[in-house]
Structures are given as C-alpha cells and as structure tokens.
Design a protein around this ligand. Structure first.
Ligand code: CAA
Length: 297
C-alpha cells in the first residue's frame, strides 16, 4: 500500500504532532509523557468535564514534580504550552502525524473513532491504540491504513511505568513497528515488541494469571486480601500486591475486560469472579471511588 507524505516511513522526524484520544487516567498521562518529550500534543475527550479533570490532575502532578525537584518550573510551563485539550475530534485530527487512542475499552466505540479519524487525519498518520484487550486485527479494518496501524500499549500509571508494548497485526508494516519502537524510546520508555498478536499481550496476561490466583485464594478462604498482597510484595518482590493494584487501576477496568473476553470465548475461566462482580455492583471501584478491596481516606 502506498502512502503519500511519508517519504521515509521509519524516520522519527516525521512525527511532530500527536493526537491522544481519551483524557482518562491513561490518555491524560500519555499526553503529558509525549509533551514532556518535546512533542506538540492534542488531547481529545468528548466531555469538557473529563478534559477539566485531566488538566487539573496533570497540573497537580507537574507541580508535585517541580516541588520535588524532578522537573524544572520553566520546562513544565513550556510542556503545558505544547499540550492542547479539546472536544472537536475532526479539528484536532486534521494535522497530526500519530494518533494514540486511549478511549474506554469498547470495540464499537474504538472502531467508530478510527473510522472518523480515517476521514480527517492526514494519510501518512500512524494510528495506534492503547487498548490492552483488542488486537490490531480487531480495529485496523475500520481504517484504510492497516499497514500504519498498531497497538502502543502503556501501563498504569503511564507517567511512571517504563514498559510500553508494541503489537503488530497481520497487516502492520515492518516500518510502522520500527517507527513505533523508535517513538517509544524517544519518549523515555522501554519498548517490548510482540512477535504476533494475542489479546492481553504479555504483561497483562501474566498479571491476570496472578490476579486470578489471588482472587481464588481469597474466595476460598485461604487468606485475607492483605496477607495475599503481603506475600506478593515480600516473597515475590512486587511493588504492590494484586488487590492493591486492582484498586489502583480500577476494579471496573479488569471486570469489563474479563466480561468482554468471556463474551468472546464463553470459557468460565474468563468470567469475572464473584467478589469482583460484587464490588463493581456496589460501585466500590478502588482508589477513584475511595473504596475497593481497601478503604482510602
Ligand atoms: N500517577 C502518576 N504518578 C504516580 C502515581 C499515579 N497514579 N502513583 C505514584 N506515582 C509516582 C509519583 O511520582 C510518586 O512519587 P512522589 O510520591 O514522590 O510524587 C512515585 O510514583 C512513587 O510513588 P509512591 O511512593 O506512592 O509509591 P511506590 O514507590 O509504590 O510507587 C507505583 C507507586 C509506581 C505505582 C508502584 O507501586 C508500582 O510500580 N506499582 C505497580 C504498578 C503496576 O503494576 N502497573 C501495571 C498495571 S497493569 C496495567 O497498567 C494494565 C493496563 O493495561 C492499563
């Protein structure tokens, strides 16, 4: 497939302006990571209230980094001048070189977003999704540039976690993967490239196996939530236990990912567990609601 405007497809210099779609916890931090690396970043969300929340959150994280001497105040002011927020996707997408979509994990929604972007974004723009559940072949055909489509998958909190998984679909070009890899290095992260697509990729699949075992032990009355977390921290060297981590990332996120997987496979081991379902039904979603497996002041 030929693409206008990208003469040297793996030249990192062709990426200047980035659009991040979705200003939730992941999208907003990805946007800040990119702006700190010197890129002009446009951050989109459908709701002005989400943009306001993202702006506030990033400003306070930035102020904290300045107060702790990790970032320079002048440097951060320049970063925020490079970071623009908006609700008009068509206008924001008009002149970008890379899109990173970080909307909620809903296949139809993501496909609609990419179909819309296909209409308005420049022909040379790379389309990436931060999705952890949907592999490129589930999304790339919503566009007419499957060769320029891949997953660039960050971890939570994106400002801190180094790993970024890069997943190519059957039609992703080798140049796109190389460019994605170079880009990830350029923003100060460590790329891990998969050889083929599989839902959940590497780290989440391993994490999910650990989480499922932790929930099994808890539901079978073998040990308390704190004891299981403590074992993972002190025996395995994890920075936080699986229950603490679910509270950090949002219990609903894992729940909906499992539900979507179960709808596809019908395999009982993919179904959300009883205790997680109860928490979600009660609205106890972790740190963001003040209560999950633990209580937060
Ligand atoms: N957002 C941004 N920065 C954060 C943060 C957050 N939510 N939480 C912590 N940080 C940063 C802060 O800069 C903080 O430093 P200060 O307190 O000095 O400002 C620094 O991290 C250290 O934080 P803490 O001292 O509070 O705690 P910590 O040393 O335990 O580090 C942690 C926090 C980095 C989150 C660490 O506990 C950790 O690595 N936990 C595991 C996280 C993990 O496994 N993530 C993967 C999740 S799975 C996923 O992401 C799947 C997916 O598909 C999205």
């Amino acid at each position: 497939m030929e693409h206008l405007g990208r003469e040297s497809p793996n030249d990192l210099a062709t990426i200047k302006r980035i659009l991040v779609v979705g200003a939730g916890a992941m999208g907003s931090q990805i946007a800040l990571v990119c702006a700190r690396a010197g890129y002009e970043v446009l951050c989109h969300d459908v709701a002005e209230s989400s943009l306001e929340r993202a702006r506030k959150d990033l400003r306070s994280r930035s102020a904290r980094d300045v107060a702790k001497g990790r970032r320079d105040a002048g440097q951060e002011a320049a970063v925020f001048r490079r970071l623009v927020f908006g609700t008009d996707l068509d206008a924001l997408a008009r002149d970008v070189d890379l899109v990173i979509e970080a909307a909620v994990e809903n296949l139809d929604l993501k496909r609609r977003i990419f179909a819309q972007l296909e209409e308005v974004a420049p022909k040379h723009a790379i389309f990436a999704t931060n999705s952890s559940s949907f592999v490129p072949s589930k999304l790339a055909d919503a566009t007419s540039r499957p060769d320029l489509f891949c997953n660039i998958h960050f971890f939570n909190p994106a400002l801190v976690m180094k790993c970024v998984e890069i997943v190519a679909g059957p039609e992703t070009s080798a140049e796109t993967v190389e460019l994605a890899k170079a880009f990830v290095v350029r923003i100060g992260k460590e790329p891990v490239v998969l050889k083929k697509e599989i839902p959940g990729f590497i780290a989440n699949r391993i994490l999910n196996a650990v989480r499922d075992e932790a929930v099994f032990l808890y539901e079978n009355g073998v040990a308390s939530v704190d004891s299981i977390d403590a074992a993972c921290r002190t025996a395995l060297g994890y920075p936080m236990g699986p229950f603490e981590l679910m509270d950090l990332t949002g219990i609903d996120i894992g729940y909906f990912t499992k539900k979507a997987r179960f709808a596809e496979t019908n395999d009982p081991k993919d179904a959300p567990s009883r205790s997680v379902t109860e928490l979600v039904e009660r609205g106890d979603l972790g740190r963001k609601t003040g209560r999950g497996w633990y209580e937060y002041a």
